[in-house]
Design a protein around this ligand. Structure first.
Ligand code: FAD
Ligand code: NAD
Length: 468
């Protein structure tokens, strides 16, 4: 194995592995260092993929109990086999992480198992997983070390009773009572999984709304729908401590965020999901003079850090902590290193919450438009009026399209409903081409599909929605 490279990437998550594959495609000599033992990062190992495997399985289980009868399908003896459900999740993870290893081989990427540390400009030291160390010399270093769970001061995560998302993906039994701290994406997704499997779920959120940052009309509808499904919300509330002295019961102390009477709620399991923070521990940033900000974020200018030939992508730099954002940055970064014009359009990064119904957003929210004073027009269409949604009994939700009042350029789209996580991509493409809402409204959509709701919402921008 050679110790000399054009690019050494530290971290094998969506940012790092996509950067490595693209660099390999572009003919660069590239190595990717990963300390986890498997490739794919948070996303494949303990994030996107295992959570979606459990969301899919638990959604089918709930449908078998609550929806099948309406469709004329009689069921009996439907039961959860948790070990099998967890094993199929692990199988999905295993197959996909090995898939990345295959892609590395195919594209000539050297996969180095161990912990990387920047020793100096152009030198990375690896503490090898198999023991010993190795020093790599390289023209470029890419930092793709991702993120870790943000801890809650005073609350100790043991990954058994008080868990992070990682523990919540592998609970040994279905909790009777589950308390979630944080009504963000992880809380709503993993809370949905365990509620569907039988847990009573209470969500404690510091702010007076769920899903901060998403369009507030969308968030309100989402909260109403999740509440109807049985999730209880305690908004504007903070957790002040957890008493775990009773081996059978956790006592979670809460009080209004604005101050007021304290209360105790009981739980078998508490999931702490108040966000993630960049992970750069032991990375040797000081050896190249890179200083993260107070939150640990490494700044970048077109993926270049303040140090020459040291680059950064993914969760440990600015922007939404999303796998596809990390991926796009990884690709663009490799292209810039190869002297090409790599670019990421941060205005068109979709966000999806994989609850049922799904929640999906791209571009500016209506709140942001109101705040900025920019004049906009809005088209909104309910799934209640969409023929496919009615046929499928999935009528909850709506599509909202926002467009510039003068030019009609699409500025944002916000949807809640079945399959909107897939449907949002149509608006992303339109926005990449800087399409007008009329372009969507006049594009022939197949019938009967849920996507017709997008077209009808786009028609609504000019006030000619036809089916509602
Ligand atoms: P990571 O995926 O965190 O990868 C970084 C890698 O670097 C890690 O494997 C780490 O072991 C390694 N590393 C760190 N330091 C070193 C070192 N010094 N040497 C060697 N290796 C090192 N995003 C979505 O878009 N969609 C989703 O549905 C979604 N679901 C999620 C569900 C959960 C429960 C969680 C926790 C996250 C989810 N995310 C989702 C977010 C997504 O996982 C991250 O945004 C994404 O993984 C970031 O990619 P990354 O490459 O920047 O970092
Ligand atoms: P988040 O930022 O989505 O939500 C955290 C929530 O916790 C917020 O509502 C916040 O107001 C609340 N909060 C913060 N401090 C609190 C406190 N002390 N008490 C009560 N509430 C508090 O974070 P997350 O849900 O932990 O997810 C982490 C990251 O992972 C996110 O950036 C997200 O993008 C990513 N992720 C994405 C997906 C997806 O794309 N489907 C799924 C899971 C995770």
């Amino acid at each position: 194995m050679s110790d000399s490279f054009d690019v050494v990437i530290i971290g094998g998550g969506p940012g790092g592995y996509n950067c490595a594959i693209r660099a390999g495609q572009l003919g660069l000599r590239v190595a990717c260092i990963e300390m986890r033992g498997t490739l794919g990062g948070t996303c494949l190992n303990v994030g996107c993929i295992p959570s979606k495997a459990l969301l899919h399985a638990s959604e089918l289980y709930e449908a078998a109990n609550t929806e099948f009868a309406k469709l004329g399908i009689k069921t009996s003896g439907v039961e959860v086999d948790l070990p099998v459900m967890l094993a199929q999740k692990d199988d999905a993870v295993d197959g996909l992480t090995k898939g990345v290893e295959f892609l590395f081989k195919k594209n000539g990427v050297e996969y180095i198992k161990g912990k990387g540390r920047i020793a100096s400009a152009g030198q990375v030291e690896v503490e090898l997983a198999e023991g010993g160390s190795q020093t790599l010399s390289t023209k470029h270093i890419v930092i793709a070390t991702g993120s870790e769970v943000t801890p809650l001061p005073g609350v100790e995560i043991d990954e058994k009773r008080v868990v992070s998302s990682t523990g919540a993906l592998s609970l040994e039994k279905i909790p009777g009572k589950l308390v979630l701290i944080g009504a963000g994406v992880i809380g709503l997704e993993l809370g949905s999984v365990w509620r569907r499997l039988g847990a009573e779920v209470t969500v404690v959120e510091y702010l007076d709304r769920i899903l901060p940052g998403m369009d507030s009309e969308l968030a309100k509808t989402a909260q109403r729908t999740l509440k109807k499904q049985g999730m209880e919300f305690k908004l504007g509330t903070k957790v002040t401590g957890i008493d775990s002295s009773d081996p059978d019961l956790l006592k979670v102390a809460i009080e209004p965020a604005a101050g007021g009477d304290a209360e105790t709620i009981e739980a078998d399991t508490v999931l702490v999901c108040i966000g993630r923070r960049p992970y750069t521990e032991g990375l040797g940033l000081e050896n190249v003079g890179v200083q993260p900000d107070q939150r640990g974020v490494i700044a970048n200018n077109h993926f270049q850090t303040s140090a020459e030939n040291v680059w950064v992508v993914g969760d440990c730099t600015h922007g939404p902590m999303l796998a596809h954002k990390a991926e796009d940055e990884g690709v663009a970064c490799a292209e810039r290193i190869a002297g090409k014009a790599g670019h990421v359009n941060y205005g068109v990064i979709p966000g999806v919450v994989y609850t049922a119904p799904e929640i999906a957003s791209v571009g500016l929210t209506e709140d942001e438009l109101k705040e900025s004073g920019r004049k906009y027009k809005k088209g909104k269409f309910p799934f209640q009026a969409n023929s496919r949604a009615r046929t499928n009994h999935t009528t909850d939700g709506f599509v909202k399209i926002l467009a510039d009042a003068e030019t009609d350029e699409i500025l944002g789209a916000h949807m809640i409903g079945a399959n909107v996580g897939e449907m949002i991509a149509e608006v992303c493409i339109a926005m990449e081409f800087r399409a007008a809402s009329e372009d969507l409204a006049r594009t022939c959509h197949p019938h009967p599909t849920l996507t017709e709701a997008v077209r009808q919402a786009a028609m609504g921008v000019e006030g000619w929605t036809m089916q509602a």
